[in-house]
Design a protein around this ligand. Structure first.
Ligand SMILES: *Cc1c(COP(=O)(O)O)cnc(C)c1O
Length: 399
């Protein structure tokens, strides 16, 4: 991923920065588009994974919709020209201002998680004399087999309408004059690396639909299965593009789709994860009593996932060639005044020196978007592979 020319370019840049491989990104988007098209599935990109302008522009080019979890995300999607009829708005608690904004812009629909919220949406809809489309987010009580903080579909989680309440919520919603119930929504978690939870989800959806049809005679036009498809953090190069076709094929095989029903997904991490790397310089190699620390100029303010979820990213010293060097173990840490400001322990790297460049891989999702300015640190900039090619050719011409 990082050839000599690229390294030469990097060597003139201030660190840390996010590097986005736009050609990998485009390949991945194309693969996703083709895989979804096979079954006529609708894909909404989850803005919360990365909402940077270049990335959103590129995603929009491929015709995907947008999945938003805040009013500002809805606004961003609209500003970036995603068509409102492809924008869905989820979230466990939407404020009145957010509800208003979304109604005013006639988005595709709300994914709502409580009758309490649906009643408020209805009140606003009455005032605006609009009929508002709503899908019910259901908590299907399925274990996504992922990090505790990344599972959302268990009874103990705050998300979704508990299954036993579903009948009651549907009954109440049907009495609301300005709400149109259009579908069911699910999102069971994130970084899901086996397809088993999705098979469970399909079975659960089938049961729910059988029940709804039998009991209420209700047919819903839309089923939204959310996002959550995981990526390979340990060995990114073996799976730079997620296996979307296997994912959709599994859903297709296990989900009973009703006549004229449309199926939706909200993918975030899998769409943008592998195309991003956080590039940082080594400030110091510090000897500890039992350890050696590689202290980077990037910290938890630039990439919080390791501190927040204990997640592991592949770390590479891209200034040194692995095959010809002696390997040494380092605790790779940031400069922020927190013990949790550590990227990983006992990382084997070629013998590393001050000013070496390090790549923290698979950081396109939940990286730049979660940047903070704690310790009043600067925000890392973003560097796009296609822009730097342009710049290089420009330089060539000048020379
Ligand atoms: C976070 C989120 C997603 C995207 O999840 P990924 O794991 O990034 O694919 C989709 N839908 C909802 C409702 C979410 O909250």
């Amino acid at each position: 991923m990082f050839d000599k020319e690229l390294l030469k370019y990097f060597s003139n840049l201030e660190t840390p920065f996010y590097y986005y491989d736009m050609s990998l990104f485009r390949k991945s988007l194309k693969t996703l588009k083709q895989a979804a098209k096979k079954y006529n599935y609708n894909v909404h990109y989850a803005l919360k994974a990365n909402a940077n302008n270049r990335i959103l522009e590129t995603i929009k080019e491929y015709g995907f919709g947008a999945d938003c979890v805040s009013g500002n995300e809805v606004q961003k999607a609209i500003e970036m020209n995603f068509s409102p009829e492809k924008i869905v708005f989820a979230g466990v608690g939407k404020s009145d201002a957010e509800i208003n904004y979304a109604i005013d812009h006639s988005i595709f629909g709300f994914n709502s998680e409580s009758i309490e919220e649906i009643e408020i949406i209805n009140e606003w809809a009455i005032k605006k004399d609009k009929i508002v489309p709503v899908s019910l987010r259901i908590n299907p009580d399925i274990d996504a087999i992922t990090h505790d903080y990344l599972t959302t579909g268990l009874n103990e989680n705050k998300f979704g309408i508990p299954l036993p309440f579903l009948d009651k919520v549907i009954e109440k919603t049907n009495h609301l004059t300005h709400i149109k119930l259009i579908g069911l929504h699910f999102h069971i978690g994130s970084q899901i690396t086996t397809l088993e939870p999705y098979i469970q989800l399909c079975k659960r959806v089938n049961d729910i639909q059988d029940n709804l049809l039998k009991k209420h005679g209700i047919e819903l036009k839309h089923i939204n299965l959310g996002g959550g498809l995981g990526i390979n953090y340990e060995k990114p190069d073996t799976e730079l593009i997620p296996n979307y076709s296997r994912f959709f094929e599994t859903i297709h095989k296990h989900l009973n789709v009703q006549k004229n029903q449309e199926i939706h997904f909200e993918l975030g991490r899998s769409v943008v994860g592998q195309m991003g790397s956080l590039i940082s310089r080594v400030l110091y190699i510090k000897k500890g009593i039992k350890k050696q620390f590689a202290i980077l100029d990037a910290g938890m303010t630039d990439l919080i996932r390791p501190a927040l979820y204990g997640s592991h990213h592949k770390i590479e010293n891209i200034s040194k060639q692995e095959s010809i060097m002696k390997m040494v173990k380092y605790d790779v840490v940031g400069p922020v005044c927190e013990t949790s400001d550590s990227f990983d322990n006992n990382v084997e790297l070629p013998k590393t020196e001050r000013k070496d460049l390090v790549a923290i891989r698979s950081t396109g999702a939940y990286g730049e978007i979660m940047v903070s300015q704690y310790n009043l640190r600067n925000k890392p900039m973003a560097v796009y592979s296609d822009e730097l090619l342009k710049k290089n050719s420009h330089i060539d011409i000048l020379i």
